[in-house]
Design a protein around this ligand. Structure first.
Ligand code: CO
Length: 211
């Protein structure tokens, strides 16, 4: 499944099979969307939101970028949040990072001069790594260090989202959850859930040793 023509062939098969299995499926899609969840995930090809959660079209409103970052001054991410909360009125916002994240790894390395856009995007992640350098330096291995920063990054994005006026001023405010996906077994671990900010930094789980 690595060429555009393969995707088109697969699409035809999927459309046929879906309509055969549920004749009302596409009619319902045309009527509009009513997702209850905004998913903010990494752009990594190995972490497709719908696939790993067995969701269907219409289930998730999705925003993905390198290292699942949210910043209120990033109009791309903020506009997705704004629309999801104020128009779609989602009840939940899930930030789902993943172990072995290349964007997180890059934040622990010197900037690559060939990637100026990436370098600017992950600058807050580099700052987060500096803030937690004592804990990160104590990690047993390089992958452990990356994976712990991936967890801290999810918690930081949750904190940013909970502090956002879009979330705080919503009534009812959506619950903001922090999850992380393990590439080595396909399982999601919950780092934080619920609206109160108190539990956002309680995750003290040792870094996962995923590759
Ligand atoms: Co990633």
């Amino acid at each position: 499944m690595n060429r555009p023509k393969h995707l088109l062939v697969a699409n035809v098969a999927w459309a046929h099979e879906t309509a055969a299995g549920n004749p009302a499926f596409f009619r319902d899609l045309v009527r509009g969307q009513n997702p209850h969840i905004l998913w903010i995930g990494c752009a990594d090809s190995r972490v497709p939101a719908e696939t790993i959660t067995r969701c269907e079209p219409g289930d998730l409103f999705v925003h993905r970028n390198i290292a699942n970052l949210f910043h209120p001054e990033d109009d791309n991410a903020a506009s997705v949040l704004e629309y999801a909360v104020r128009v779609l009125k989602v009840g939940h916002v899930i930030v789902c990072g993943h172990y072995g994240c290349g964007g997180v790894r890059a934040a622990l390395l010197p900037p690559d001069p060939a990637l100026p856009h990436v370098n600017r995007r992950i600058a807050p992640l580099c700052a987060l790594a500096k803030t937690h350098h004592a804990e990160l330096d104590g990690a047993a291995t390089g992958p452990d260090r990356i994976n712990r920063l991936a967890e801290l990054n999810v918690l930081e994005q949750v904190r940013q989202l909970r502090a956002s006026p879009i979330v705080r001023e919503a009534d009812p405010a959506p619950l903001v959850h922090g999850w992380i996906f393990a590439l080595d077994d396909g399982r999601i671990k919950v780092l934080t859930s619920g609206y109160t900010s108190d539990d956002a930094m309680t995750c003290t789980t040792a870094a996962h040793s995923a590759a």
